[in-house]
Design a protein around this ligand. Structure first.
Ligand SMILES: Cc1cc2nc3c(=O)[nH]c(=O)nc-3n(C[C@H](O)[C@H](O)[C@H](O)COP(=O)(O)OP(=O)(O)OC[C@H]3O[C@@H](n4cnc5c(N)ncnc54)[C@H](O)[C@@H]3O)c2cc1C
Length: 467
């Protein structure tokens, strides 16, 4: 019998194992990938280090900040953020700032944008409960079309009128055209919403460095980590989980392992459909309505020294599917083994049936290189090597009814005394890694009797989130 099993060695799973180990409770962590860190793992590709997207270490939680510092022994870079919107071959500050935006747009487009804003201010045409309406009421229709619609629909592939205003609130955190103007004019005189942190911490060789260290600490406290193993089924008696079915991917073997207590950071709908016997029909139906967007990143090594100074660019140009470009040596010079080369991560947001998701890796690399060319970045003749990383179920889609469906699932799961879900996909929440770490820590503390934390309440305050 395994006393405590944890599904997933991402931030939530490792933090849970580490907290338990600190209290003398060994656990077994089962992870389907071959290394720790989940979405925050770093891939070493021939001496070049690739983050999955880019992971800023930035948190409002004192506890997480001190955990990062303690585990990294203070050895992190303080990076000055530069990330802009690339639109019609122009670079716009992000989040939008008044003078830069209108300076770039030019007098006639600026006039049209301001007229559209004033019209929307007067008539409030937007439905404030949707993403589209919320933004139009605060920026006007024209600025919405240029700076919010294209990119948001690239990420979510859902019309903005069908996306909940919760997402707009999290993205803007109080920003509007009026606030941007006040910020530009009165700067520090008033306490205006903080939409962007100018700097963040980053391990020299990417976030995976932190998670490898945290894993080591958990190991020294008695935790065990098993990789290339996949949880396929969870047997229960209606009140308690009894055992799990583990698929050993290397040996193509499956084992039924009795467990006493199970923490899970696997995606919530998958957890629901892994339960044996299956939950009632209404719970399954609710789980099937919780949908995610997949994410893939085409990583390239280019024989070019300097491309652009940003850590990442948002690509708003509607003629390409490309959503964001990471430039890893601008995160940390140690991410490249040769400073004369540049490594890029070209990010795409996809559905399961999307032609991009189904495309083979070689074709994807060529496709991505062509898209770089299309937006004016010469890459074809400088390409040295490339590879693709695919991440399924990464962006929880905040559809208009997601909270209702989540409520059905939460109510159902509350009957299990020894099954706790945590983490980003596990809670179906658009969490950053600090939130995911906290959910793992709190889940472990609840088990240890060190407090009564509401895991579902982590990251429900309006904080600034980016996609
Ligand atoms: C492109 C991108 C950029 C981001 N940027 C930032 C940022 O700048 N700063 C920040 O703080 N956060 C950022 N995040 C968010 C951060 O990556 C997540 O919040 C964090 O990784 C969530 O941790 P987790 O443990 O909940 O989930 P994951 O990291 O997804 O870990 C879950 C683990 O469980 C494993 N697993 C799942 N199902 C099974 C199964 N059945 N059997 C075995 N193992 C299983 C998975 O393989 C995975 O390793 C970003 C995310 C993305 C996608």
């Amino acid at each position: 019998m395994i006393r405590i099993m944890i599904i997933g060695a991402g931030p939530a799973g490792i933090a849970c194992a580490h907290t338990l180990a600190g209290a003398g409770e060994p656990s077994l962590v089962i992870e389907k990938q071959d290394s720790p860190g989940g979405l925050c793992r770093t891939i070493n590709f021939g001496g070049y280090f690739f983050d999955i997207g880019g992971h800023r270490f930035l948190s409002k939680s004192d506890e997480i900040n001190s955990l990062w510092q303690r585990v990294m022994n203070g050895q992190m870079l303080l990076v000055k953020r530069l990330s802009r919107i690339y639109y019609k071959k122009l670079f716009f500050n992000y989040p939008l700032s008044f003078f830069n935006t209108f300076g770039n747009l030019g007098p006639s487009e600026s006039f049209l944008c301001i007229a559209s804003y004033l019209k929307c201010k007067l008539f409030k045409p937007g439905n404030d409960s949707t993403f589209e309406g919320y933004i139009i009421n605060r920026f006007g229709k024209r600025l919405y079309d240029i700076f919010f619609k294209t990119y948001t629909e690239k990420v979510w592939a859902t019309p903005c009128k069908d996306i909940s205003a919760n997402w707009a609130r999290q993205r803007l955190c109080g920003l509007s055209l009026r606030v941007a103007l006040e910020k530009a004019l009165v700067k520090k005189k008033r306490n205006l919403p903080k939409t962007l942190s100018g700097e963040f911490l980053y391990p020299k060789r990417g976030p995976g460095e932190f998670y490898s260290r945290l894993e080591k600490l958990a190991l020294s406290g008695g935790a065990r980590f098993e990789y290339d193993k996949f949880i396929r089924g969870i047997e229960h008696d209606g009140e308690r989980v009894r055992s799990v079915e583990v698929l050993n991917c290397r040996e193509n073997r499956k084992d039924q392992m009795p467990v006493d207590y199970l923490f899970s950071s696997m995606a919530l709908p998958v957890l629901i459909e892994s339960l044996r016997p299956l939950p009632p029909g209404n719970v399954i139906a609710a789980a099937r309505k919780l949908r995610f967007r997949n994410f893939l990143v085409v990583n390239l090594i280019l024989n070019r020294q300097d491309l652009f100074p940003d850590q990442w660019l948002y690509i708003h140009s509607p003629q390409v599917r490309l959503g964001r470009i990471q430039n890893y040596k601008n995160w940390s010079p140690d991410m490249v083994s040769d400073s004369k080369k540049t490594t890029l991560g070209l990010e795409y947001f996809c559905g399961q049936d999307d032609f991009l998701w189904k495309m083979n890796d070689i074709d994807l690399i060529h496709y991505a290189v062509r898209e770089l060319q299309a937006i004016g970045i010469e890459a074809q003749k400088y390409l040295i090597n490339g590879f693709v990383v695919r991440c399924p179920m990464v962006y929880p889609i905040y559809s208009l009814d997601y909270q209702k469906n989540l409520g059905v699932i939460k109510a159902y799961l509350s009957r299990f005394s020894n099954l706790k879900t945590m983490g980003r996909a596990g809670l179906f929440r658009y969490d950053n890694s600090d939130h995911a770490l906290l959910t793992g820590i709190y889940a472990a503390r609840n088990f240890l009797g060190q407090g009564l934390h509401d895991i579902w309440a982590v990251n429900t305050d309006p904080v600034y989130l980016e996609a």
